[in-house]
Design a protein around this ligand. Structure first.
Ligand SMILES: [Zn+2]
Length: 604
C-alpha cells in the first residue's frame, strides 16, 4: 500500500494534475490560481511543484495530490487512490477479490435494471401512461432522461426473468431487486407497477431505486391492502443509505460554484428544482437526514439551506435537520414556501417554473425563521405563551456560537418577552444548548484543542512560516506568551533555536530551517503543517526585511495570546457564576483575582 502511494506520487505531477482542473499561472517558483473550493476574485490558491503540495490561503484547504482529488471529486481516500492509480498506471491489488467481484456484479444488475425500467416507461402500454402522468406533473423529457426515470411493470417476475439470463437469484436479491417469499422460498420482483427513480452514487452509478406507486390494483399485496406510496431498495453492499443523497451526482459542481446546498424532501422536488435551474438541490432519499449525508455535503460547502414540506411532518423533519446541521458546524438557512396550495418545491416549479431558482437562492437564517414562526404560534401576552416561546427559542439561541449574533437574538427575545436582556442571559446559562458539538473556533484555539491532537493552529502555522524564513525569531518569544502556545509549536521553536546556534549545522541554503524540520522524525506527524508553512513563508514573506518579519511575528503572538486570554476569561466567568451560586467564598475570591489579573493583561 505505502509502496503504491509513493509510486503514484512519483509518477503524477501535481502541477499537471491540478492544471487539468483549474487554470494555473506561474508565480515565482510556485503556481497560482483562483481557488476551486471557494469563491474568490483574486488567486490565493497555490501549488508548489517543489514540495508537490497545494494550499489555499483564502479557505485554508490544502494537501497533496490525494487530498486534491478527494476535495475536487468529492470522494473518500480509496476512490482517490483508484483514480490516481489509473492515471499513474499503477496496478492496485484488490483488497478482497470476492467482495470486489460481488460489488461489481451488483452495479451491473442495477444498471441493467435501470435500462429495463427506462425501456418499459417508453415502450409498454402502462409505461406510456406513466410517462404521460410524469409530463402532467410538469417534468420535461429532458429531466426524465437526465434522472433516468423508468417504469416497473405490474408483474411478479418480469425483471427477475430478464436479469435471470445473466445473474443468479441470490445476486438479484442481494441487489435488492427481488424479495424471497417466506413460505415457498421463491423470489419475486420487489417493484411492481411503479414509477422508478434510480438512485445514483457520486459517480452516477445506479446503486438502488425508489418506486412510486402507479395505477396498481389490489394484487400488489396479498391481503388486498393499499400498497405503500413509495417502496425503496433496502441497504445493500453498494447502497449505503446513510451516505447517499439523491441528486448529489448532478448537484455537486453546482453546490461548489453556488457555495450552498439546498436540501429538499422528495425525489420529485430534486428533479423539478434542477429543471428550474436550482441545480444545487439534493434530497435525503428514503431516510431521515443522517450524519453521513451531512459529512458528504460538507465536502462541497458549509452553507446548507433546508426546504421541507409545509406540513407537520415537514416541520419536525426541519427542526431535526437544523439541529443535526448545526452540530456539524454548518451555516443553516431555511427556505420557507409561503403560499396557499403549494406544499413543496415540485408544486412551486409546476406553477411558476424558473422563479423557483430565485426563491431557492434566498434563504432565511434558521434563527430568524424559528423566531418569526414562534412569535406567530405562541401568544406572548400570556404567561403560558411566554413560557412556550422561551422553551422553543432559548435552546436555539444558546446553540449560536458567534457571541455577537447571539447577543442580537438575546435582545430580540427580551423584546418579545418584555423582559431585560440580563434575564435572558441568566436563562441561557440554564439551558443546555441543543448542540453537543462545539466548533473549533469556540474552544479558543491556543488553549486546548491543538494540545491534544498535536496539530498546529493556523496562527501557529503562520509563526512557523516566519521561523522558516528567519529562524532566529525563535529566540524572541516572550515569557508571557508561552502558556498560550501548543506544545508542538514550542518544540519546533526550541528545535530551531538550538539549530540556529549550532555551528555544525550547514546554513548555506536559505531553506535550511525547513530541511532540518522535515528531516526530523519527531515532526513527521505534522509534516503537512510544515510543508504549508514553507509555502506560506515563500508567498507571504517573500520580499520582507527583518524588521517587518519581527513585527509580524510579534503581532501573531499577540493575537494568539489575546485569543487564549479571551477563552480563559470565558470559562472563568462560568466558574465564577458557579462559585456564586454555591456561595463558595474562598474559590470566588481566587477566581475573581485571576479574572482581574487576566483582564489587566488583556489591556496591556
Ligand atoms: Zn480556497
Amino acid at each position: 500500500m505505502e509502496d503504491n502511494i509513493s509510486k503514484i506520487k512519483d509518477r503524477v505531477d501535481i502541477v499537471e494534475l491540478i492544471g487539468g482542473y483549474v487554470k494555473l499561472q506561474k508565480a515565482g517558483i510556485n503556481y497560482k490560481a483562483r481557488c476551486p473550493f471557494h469563491n474568490e476574485k483574486t488567486g490565493s490558491f497555490f501549488v508548489s511543484p517543489e514540495r508537490q503540495i497545494w494550499h489555499c490561503f483564502g479557505c485554508g484547504l490544502g494537501g497533496d495530490i490525494f487530498g486534491f482529488i478527494r476535495q475536487i471529486e468529492g470522494v473518500e481516500f480509496p476512490e482517490a487512490l483508484r483514480i490516481l492509480a489509473a492515471r499513474a498506471g499503477v496496478e492496485l491489488e484488490p483488497v478482497r477479490p470476492e467482495f470486489q467481484n460481488l460489488k461489481s456484479r451488483l452495479y451491473e444488475i442495477c444498471e441493467l435494471s435501470a435500462k429495463f425500467f427506462e425501456k418499459q416507461l417508453h415502450e409498454s402500454a402502462t409505461g406510456k401512461r406513466a410517462l404521460e402522468y410524469l409530463y402532467g406533473r410538469g417534468l420535461t423529457g429532458e429531466s426524465i432522461e437526465k434522472f433516468r426515470l423508468g417504469f416497473a411493470p405490474d408483474s411478479w417476475r418480469s425483471l427477475k426473468d430478464f436479469l435471470g439470463r445473466k445473474f443468479n437469484s441470490n445476486e438479484i436479491r442481494d441487489a435488492g431487486l427481488s424479495v424471497r417469499r417466506e413460505n415457498s422460498g421463491e423470489d419475486y420482483d420487489r417493484f411492481r407497477s411503479r414509477i422508478m427513480f434510480p438512485i445514483f452514487d457520486l459517480n452516477s452509478q445506479v446503486v438502488g431505486f425508489a418506486g412510486r406507486v402507479f395505477e396498481t390494483g389490489s394484487k400488489d399485496t396479498a391481503a388486498g391492502e393499499t400498497p405503500a406510496k413509495y417502496v425503496n431498495s433496502p441497504q445493500t453492499p453498494i447502497y449505503d443509505k446513510g451516505r447517499i443523497l439523491y441528486g448529489l451526482n448532478h448537484a455537486k459542481m453546482a453546490i461548489r460554484q453556488k457555495g450552498r446546498c439546498v436540501v429538499v424532501e422528495g425525489n420529485m422536488d430534486v428533479i423539478m428544482s434542477h429543471q428550474a435551474g436550482a441545480d444545487n438541490s439534493v434530497a435525503s432519499s428514503g431516510t431521515a437526514f443522517t450524519d453521513g449525508q451531512l459529512r458528504l455535503i460538507k465536502r462541497y460547502t458549509d452553507n446548507l439551506d433546508l426546504c421541507f414540506d409545509a406540513d407537520s411532518a415537514g416541520a419536525i423533519a426541519l427542526e431535526r435537520g437544523v439541529d443535526l446541521a448545526l452540530s456539524h458546524g454548518l451555516n443553516v438557512g431555511v427556505i420557507p414556501i409561503d403560499e396557499e396550495g403549494i406544499k413543496d418545491p415540485a408544486d412551486y416549479v409546476r406553477k411558476y417554473g424558473d422563479r423557483w431558482t430565485e426563491i431557492a437562492s434566498k434563504s432565511v437564517p434558521f434563527m430568524a425563521y424559528f423566531f418569526d414562526l414562534s412569535k406567530k404560534v405562541f401568544d406572548t401576552s400570556t404567561a403560558l405563551g411566554k413560557k412556550l416561546f422561551a422553551q422553543k427559542i432559548l435552546p436555539l439561541v444558546a446553540s449560536i456560537a458567534n457571541k455577537i449574533e447571539q447577543s442580537h437574538w438575546v435582545a430580540e427575545a427580551a423584546l418579545a418577552l418584555k423582559v431585560k436582556d440580563d434575564f435572558i442571559y441568566s436563562e441561557l446559562a440554564n439551558v443546555k444548548a441543543r448542540r453537543s458539538y462545539t466548533p473549533e473556533e469556540a474552544k479558543g484555539e491556543a488553549v486546548t484543542a491543538h494540545e491534544v491532537t498535536g496539530a498546529l493552529s493556523p496562527a501557529e502555522e503562520d509563526l512557523i512560516s516566519l521561523l522558516i524564513k528567519e529562524p532566529c525569531l525563535a529566540g524572541s518569544i516572550p515569557e508571557s506568551a508561552i502558556p498560550f502556545l501548543s506544545s508542538t509549536f514550542k518544540s519546533i521553536a526550541e528545535h530551531l533555536k538550538i539549530m540556529a546556534g549550532d555551528e555544525s549545522v550547514k546554513k548555506d541554503r536559505p531553506d535550511w530551517a525547513v530541511k532540518t524540520l522535515t528531516g526530523n522524525p519527531v515532526f513527521s506527524p505534522i509534516s503537512m503543517n510544515i510543508e504549508v508553512a514553507y509555502l506560506k513563508s515563500d508567498e507571504l514573506w517573500k520580499d520582507r526585511n527583518i524588521e517587518h518579519l519581527e513585527e509580524e511575528f510579534k503581532n501573531i503572538l499577540c493575537h494568539i495570546k489575546r485569543k487564549g486570554i479571551m477563552a480563559k476569561l470565558g470559562s472563568l466567568e462560568y466558574d465564577i457564576k458557579g462559585a456564586e451560586k454555591a456561595c463558595d467564598k474562598t474559590s470566588l475570591a481566587k477566581l475573581l483575582a485571576e479574572f482581574s489579573s487576566l483582564t489587566k493583561e488583556l489591556v496591556q
